[in-house]
Ligand binder design. Structure first.
Ligand code: GLU
Length: 550
């Protein structure tokens, strides 16, 4: 029996020889230095913040080198596949402006190197597995799970390395004839790589992010084709990245220890080894130690967490960019009128060990980002958020559209805008008192002026004698000053500081009483703007209400 006949028995029904696929997917015609890379998720429908981070780096590296960024779905582990998982991933990434030049889309595949879903590439993988069997670089293994588990226990008890290698690789030396008999007998089998590696020797390679590394060679005869005929992840990715002409495998560093297996596969298959870039994880401090953010333990691992909170996607991307290259922030500072897209990301400036996920920093970036938006955009985003998470508030925002935009416009669209909103779930909390429907006359934060009689005097004097709805800001301020002085308060801080005993207090005490009467809050945006928006009648009503408070 020839090895070819042997391979035909093991993998019957393979439509094409591997050479067919080599011709089908020619080299890409791209400029020198172009990075071809992929985002290759399992269709779990779930985007983790770390996955978003990897996808962002892949996209940016491809785009800035005029390369190609494609989406490949790695669904060979059918257990991890969920309904509509692919569409969910695509939709989530779209929200972050992560789109693909090629690969799986909501409307099918786009590009000349497909299919881009691994379960549709079974024939391709088997064609290459056959090549390896013919070259005596792969063999069938009939060991059951029970048998390999028993060996594992034995290895553990003898303190030997766990795995299917050397003397433990029981099917490695099975003759073709014996193997054929077992196939004819209906025994289940998988195909394993016949590893040519030596664990006591090292492979040296240069990771684009982590730099030079030496890892032990792989001597495990790991599975390449499972009993259902589908490939393992290791095998599939090697074939795909070869045929899709991936220049850089950019992925999470949990795959770093697999590099010896992967480069071995490339070499044994006769492929050119791609460059590897392993991205360090986002870390979290947990009881004094640092660990990778986990989708099971940490709510902030899920993208939905940020959506619920109302942190804009753009702010998340800006944050991830500062994590990727810490010089990004300084660049932004120095290039205020440039688009963040113009920043050139550099593998060499990426962290090699992991970065602490800094939630406070994200919030700060978000605050700055929102402060620079136009009032109408803030309105749109607040409404979009409220529509999903707070229906009552969304009704109010829609009912009072222009009024709401005017509220958002207080101290906005200017050189130093107010930075009060950090995320959209906090908007109602910031501005509720501007809506009569939400206004509750309680918990007044009267500061220094605790005497009710005094407050009554201030409020009545101001509204009846000094308030003028036609005042511009200067006029308004002068009236406030006059009012303060008429009541025995200093009209400016300098006078007050020089002779505090001469006054009941100063102008800020007076304006504070008015502010609190109108809003209940001691900290609000500009009082003049608030008064303009409330208008005389509502101001009067609120002052009356506040006088009921003890
Ligand atoms: N499918 C792998 C994962 O889910 C992708 C690894 C790679 O990018 O090579 O993480």
């Amino acid at each position: 029996m020839t090895r070819e006949e042997f391979a035909n028995v093991l993998l019957p029904n393979v439509k094409h020889d591997y050479t067919y696929y080599e011709e089908l997917y020619p080299e890409r015609d791209l400029p020198e230095g172009a990075i071809v890379t992929r985002y290759a998720p399992s269709p779990t429908g779930f985007i983790h913040i770390g996955a978003l981070y990897s996808a962002f780096i892949g996209k940016t590296m491809a785009r800035q080198s005029d390369g190609v960024f494609f989406l490949r779905i790695e669904d060979t582990d059918q257990k991890r596949t969920v309904d509509d998982g692919v569409n969910k991933i695509i939709s989530d990434l779209e929200k972050f402006n992560i789109n693909f030049d090629e690969g799986v889309t909501k409307n099918g595949d786009v590009g000349n190197y497909g299919p881009y879903t691994q379960s549709e590439r079974k024939d391709i993988y088997q064609a290459y597995a056959k090549k390896l069997i013919i070259e005596d670089k792969a063999y069938p293994c009939f060991c059951s799970e029970d048998e390999t588990n028993a060996d594992k226990e034995l290895q553990e008890s003898k303190k030997e390395r766990i795995g299917y290698y050397g003397k433990w690789a029981k099917c490695r030396n099975l003759s073709m004839e014996d193997a054929i008999k077992r196939v004819q007998n209906g025994d289940k089998y998988i195909i394993r790589l016949k590893s040519d590696g030596d664990f006591d020797k090292k492979i040296s390679f240069k990771d684009c992010i982590k730099g030079k590394a030496d890892l032990p060679q792989n001597d495990m005869d790991f599975p390449i084709i499972k009993s259902d005929g589908l490939p393992t992840y290791h095998f599939a990715h090697a074939i795909d990245d070869h045929l899709m002409h991936t220049t850089h495998v950019i992925r999470g560093d949990e795959w770093f220890p697999s590099v010896p297996k992967h480069t071995q596969l490339f070499v044994m298959l006769g492929f050119k080894i791609p460059k590897y870039a392993h991205i360090s994880p986002l870390l979290k401090e947990d009881n004094g130690t640092r660990r990778k953010i986990s989708k099971r333990k940490d709510p902030e691992a899920a993208i939905s967490f940020y959506h619920e909170k109302g942190i804009p996607n753009e702010a998340i991307m800006l944050y991830l960019e500062t994590v990727a290259n810490s010089n990004f922030e300084m660049w932004m500072e120095q290039n205020k009128d440039k688009d963040p897209k113009d920043f050139v990301l550099d593998f060499k400036k990426m962290s090699t060990g992991g970065t602490l996920f800094d939630y406070d920093k994200l919030i700060n970036i978000s605050k700055n980002y929102i402060s620079k938006l136009k009032a109408s955009t803030v309105y749109d985003m607040a409404l979009e958020h409220a529509k999903i998470y707070d229906e009552d508030f969304s009704t109010l925002l829609e009912k009072y559209k222009d009024y709401s935009i005017a509220i958002f416009n207080i101290e906005r669209e200017q050189k130093k805008p107010r930075k009060d909103i950090a995320y959209f779930s906090d908007v109602k909390n910031q501005i509720w008192y501007m809506y009569d429907e939400l206004f509750t006359p309680s918990n007044y934060e009267w500061q220094n002026v605790s005497d009710k009689k005094e407050r009554e005097l201030i409020l009545n004097t101001y509204i009846n004698e000094y308030y003028n709805s036609d005042d511009d800001k200067d006029g308004w301020f002068n009236h406030m000053k006059e009012c303060a002085e008429s009541l025995g308060y200093a009209g400016n801080m300098k006078d007050y500081k020089e002779n505090p005993d001469n006054y009941k207090g100063n102008i800020t005490d007076v304006s504070m009483v008015i502010r609190v009467a109108l809003t209940t809050k001691s900290m609000t945006p500009d009082l003049y703007d608030i008064m303009k928006l409330l208008g005389t009648d509502r101001m009067k009503k609120r002052i009356e209400m506040s006088l009921q408070d003890n």
